[in-house]
Design a protein around this ligand. Structure first.
Ligand code: ADP
Ligand code: MG
Length: 256
């Protein structure tokens, strides 16, 4: 059975693309068949993060009925499939975002997981992406503006009768001014399924055009994304940081 999972948020820049690309890779590492879809049609960058910024056929062409979906499916060197969007503003003309649900429907049976990235906000593009998915993961940062916007998205998801699997809280710095897991769960009324720390390795991995899960699998963010992938598949996650990491962490703990 194919699970179509969308990573969405109210506010932009909270980490949807980062988590979508890493989750696609982490699930592939677990032996799952994955198709990653860049359903962010206005500001796409999933392909960019995955080192495929320019593709001959894109989701835009499919939504414009200019090409068949199978032509826009690329095998990524990391072992999953990618349906990229076009980076060119020109390609937005004539795109029917309302066709997104029928596109994802045609992916049923073609993979274990369809992982969709999308644009922020509550506009038609984001709404169509929600309508195209079965399961929704809300991504937020642990601050009030992100959580307030995530709550709006949660309400839209409920209105569209889609299932929220949970909330991923990203860029946690463990500062006293941040909202806690319990506060976020209370506000959004959904469980927090992953807590991903602020991690410089994420920025480094993006610059290297590699998922952080591959770039540095023991970095704190990579470990939590791998934990999330295990959780989604129902596998236990047994992880013990390498010894040198634990010493480094203790040192950082003393210094901060
Ligand atoms: P969105 O897709 O929601 O707009 P992105 O995934 O593009 O957000 O992330 C926005 C920025 O935040 C990126 O530059 C990325 O490097 C950074 N980022 C995301 N997650 C983390 C993290 N856990 N630690 C540090 N930086 C992060
Ligand atoms: Mg994005």
């Amino acid at each position: 059975m194919t699970r179509i999972i969308l990573l969405t948020s109210g506010k932009g820049g909270v980490g949807k693309t980062t988590i979508a690309s890493n989750l696609a890779y982490a699930l592939t590492e677990l032996g799952e068949d994955v198709i990653a879809v860049d359903a962010n049609l206005t500001t796409p960058n999933l392909g960019l993060c995955m080192g495929i910024p320019l593709a001959q056929h894109t989701l835009h062409d499919v939504l414009r009925r200019e090409t068949k979906l199978r032509n826009a499916v690329y095998m990524h060197p990391y072992g999953f499939k990618l349906i990229p969007a076009s980076m060119s503003i020109k390609d937005l003309g004539g795109v029917d975002v309302g066709r997104l649900p029928s596109v994802t429907l045609s992916l049923l049976g073609q993979a274990d997981y369809v992982i969709m990235d999308c644009s922020a906000g509550l506009g038609r593009e984001a709404t169509s992406a929600i309508a195209a998915a079965d399961e929704i993961i809300l991504v937020t940062n642990p601050d009030l503006p992100s959580v307030a916007d995530a709550l709006k998205t949660a309400n839209l998801v409920k209105k569209l009768k889609k299932r929220i699997i949970g909330v991923v809280v990203n860029r946690i710095k463990r500062k006293e001014y941040e909202l806690s897991k319990e506060e976020i769960e209370g506000l959004i009324e959904a469980p927090v399924i992953a807590e991903i720390p602020e991690d410089m390795e994420v920025a480094r991995s993006i610059a290297a055009k590699r998922p952080v899960v591959d770039y540095n699998p023991n970095s704190p963010a990579a470990v939590e994304i791998r934990r999330l992938a295990h959780k989604l598949t129902g596998r236990p996650f047994k992880y013990r940081r390498p010894k040198n990491f634990r010493i480094l962490e203790r040192l950082i703990g003393w210094m901060t």
